[in-house]
Design a protein around this ligand. Structure first.
Ligand SMILES: Cc1cc2nc3c(=O)[nH]c(=O)nc-3n(C[C@H](O)[C@H](O)[C@H](O)COP(=O)(O)OP(=O)(O)OC[C@H]3O[C@@H](n4cnc5c(N)ncnc54)[C@H](O)[C@@H]3O)c2cc1C
Length: 379
C-alpha cells in the first residue's frame, strides 16, 4: 500500500523493489541453503546508489533520511531478509561515527561504506551480556597513546567480513555509575589479536554473516575513541533509537513479501474444485494480515519520520520494532499454513520467510527489551 510518499521517495521505493526482484530474488535460495554472504549483491546495490542513504553528501552518501532508509529496507526485505542485511547492514555500527564521530573520523570511515569498498560492524553483545548490555566485560585499557582491548563479542553481524567494527568496551571500572563505564571504540578488523569465527547453522537470515569475535591484547590508537569516554552506553541507546526503526521496516517488508506470495498462491491453488481464495475463511485471514502489516507500516514510518525531524521518540521506536517483529512472525505463520505442505519445503520461499522472521523478535534488543522501554515511558 502507498504511504504518503513524495515523488522522490516513490522513485527510491520503485528502484529498490526492482533491484531486489532482479538482483536478490535469483540468488536468495542459494545464499540461504549455502549460508553464503553475497558481496556481488552489495556491490551492485552500491552502484545503484542504494547503500547508506543517511550518510551526508560530504561523506559520499545521499544525505537522505531514515524514512528513505526504511523505504529501501522494506523493499529489500519484501524479497529476502538475508540479502537485505547483506546490503543495508553493510554500514551497521558506523552510525556511531555518523552521530558522534569527529569530522576526520567521518571522512576516513564513511565514504568506503557507500562505495562498497568497506563493510562495518557493531560489536556490542557478549556471550554473557545481551539484553543487559551494560554488563559488558570487554576491557579497553590505556597504554601510552593506545587502548589495549581484551574480551569476547557474540553474534556480530558481518563479524568475519567487516573492515572495521564499533566496539562497546569498558574504559572505567572505578565509577559507581554503571552506565558511565563504557566507551565506543572503532577497531579495524585486521589488527593483530582479533579472531573472528563464523557462526553456522542459523535458523534464518543465513545469507547474513554472523560471528563470535575474540580480542586478545588488541592495540588501537586512542584517537579511535568515538564520542566521549564514559558515554558509550548512552551513545548506544541513541544509536538503537535510529536503527531499531530499520528492524521495524524489515518486519513490514518481510510480512508484505509473505502476503504477496500467499495472495498469488491462494488464487492458483484449487481445493474442492475452486481456488483457495474463494473461501471467506481464507479471505478474512488475508484481510487480517494486510491490516496488521499496514498498522506496523504506519508505526514504522511515523517513528522514522520523527527521527528525521530531530524528535526521536524512543518508546514509539520500541513499539514499532516490537510490533512489526511480532506481526511478521504471525503473518508468516498464516502464510505458510495457507501454502499447506508446499509451504513446508524449501522450493517455496514462504518457509524461508517463516524462518527469517523470528530474528526480528530477537536482535537489536529482543522484544522484551522493547517492552521495558515502552513500560518505562508509561510510568
Ligand atoms: C543473527 C543475529 C545477529 C545479531 N547481530 C548482532 C550485532 O550485529 N551486534 C550485536 O552487538 N549483537 C547482535 N546480536 C545479538 C542480539 O542483539 C542479542 O541476541 C539480543 O540483544 C538478546 O540478547 P541475548 O541473546 O544475550 O539474550 P538474553 O539477554 O540472555 O535474554 C534471553 C531472553 O530473555 C529475555 N529477557 C532478558 N531479560 C529480561 C527481563 N528482565 N525481563 C523479561 N525478559 C527478559 C530476552 O528478551 C530474551 O528473550 C545478534 C543476534 C543474532 C541471533
Amino acid at each position: 500500500m502507498d504511504f504518503d510518499l513524495t515523488e522522490e521517495q516513490r522513485m527510491i521505493r520503485d528502484t529498490a523493489y526492482k533491484f531486489a526482484v532482479n538482483e536478490m530474488a535469483p540468488v536468495a535460495q542459494e545464499c540461504d541453503r549455502e549460508e553464503k554472504y553475497s558481496r556481488a549483491v552489495l556491490e551492485k546495490a552500491c552502484e545503484a546508489g542504494l547503500v547508506g542513504p543517511v550518510i551526508p553528501e560530504q561523506y559520499g552518501g545521499a544525505g537522505l533520511g531514515w524514512v528513505e532508509q526504511a523505504i529501501i529496507t522494506e523493499q529489500f526485505a519484501r524479497i529476502d531478509l538475508g540479502l537485505c542485511l547483506c546490503v543495508t547492514a553493510s554500514v551497521f555500527g558506523s552510525e556511531h561515527i555518523l552521530f558522534f564521530g569527529t569530522d576526520e573520523q567521518k571522512k576516513k570511515y564513511l565514504p568506503p561504506l557507500v562505495s562498497g569498498e568497506a563493510i562495518s560492524a557493531g560489536a556490542f553483545t557478549e556471550p554473557d551480556a545481551g539484553t543487559d548490555v551494560a554488563s559488558t566485560r570487554t576491557r579497553a585499557v590505556k597504554d601510552g597513546t593506545d587502548y589495549v582491548i581484551n574480551g569476547n563479542k557474540m553474534f556480530i553481524t558481518n563479524g568475519t567480513i567487516c573492515d572495521y567494527m564499533c566496539v562497546l568496551c569498558v574504559t572505567d571500572t572505578e565509577t559507581e555509575i554503571r552506565h558511565k563505564r563504557h566507551s565506543i571504540i572503532v577497531v579495524e578488523a585486521d589488527r593483530p589479536g582479533i579472531t573472528a569465527n563464523k557462526i553456522k547453522g542459523k535458523m534464518g537470515i543465513r545469507a547474513s554473516d554472523t560471528a563470535e569475535i575474540a580480542f586478545e591484547d588488541v592495540r588501537v590508537p586512542q584517537e579511535n575513541l568515538i564520542g566521549k569516554e564514559g558515554r558509550g552506553f548512552y551513545q548506544l541507546m541513541e544509536f538503537f533509537d535510529a536503527t531499531r526503526t530499520m528492524v521495524a521496516a524489515q518486519g513490514v517488508g518481510l510480512a508484505q513479501g509473505a502476503l504477496d506470495k500467499t495472495l498469488k498462491y491462494v488464487q492458483e491453488r484449487k481445493t474442492f474444485g475452486r481456488p483457495l481464495a474463494s473461501n471467506q475463511g481464507i479471505q478474512f485471514q488475508l484481510a487480517e494480515m494486510a491490516t496488521k502489516i499496514e498498522l506496523a507500516r504506519t508505526l514504522t514510518y511515523k517513528a522514522a519520520w520523527l527521527v528525521d525531524q530531530g524528535r526521536t521518540n524512543p518508546a514509539l521506536n520500541a513499539m514499532a520494532k516490537y510490533f512489526a517483529g511480532e506481526m511478521a512472525v504471525w503473518v508468516c505463520d498464516k502464510a505458510l499454513q495457507m501454502h499447506g505442505g508446499y509451504g513446508y519445503i524449501d522450493e517455496y520461499d514462504v518457509q524461508r520467510f517463516y524462518r527469517d522472521a523470528k530474528i526480528l523478535e530477537i536482535y537489536e534488543g529482543a522484544k522484551e527489551a522493547e517492552k521495558m522501554t515502552i513500560a518505562r515511558r508509561l510510568f
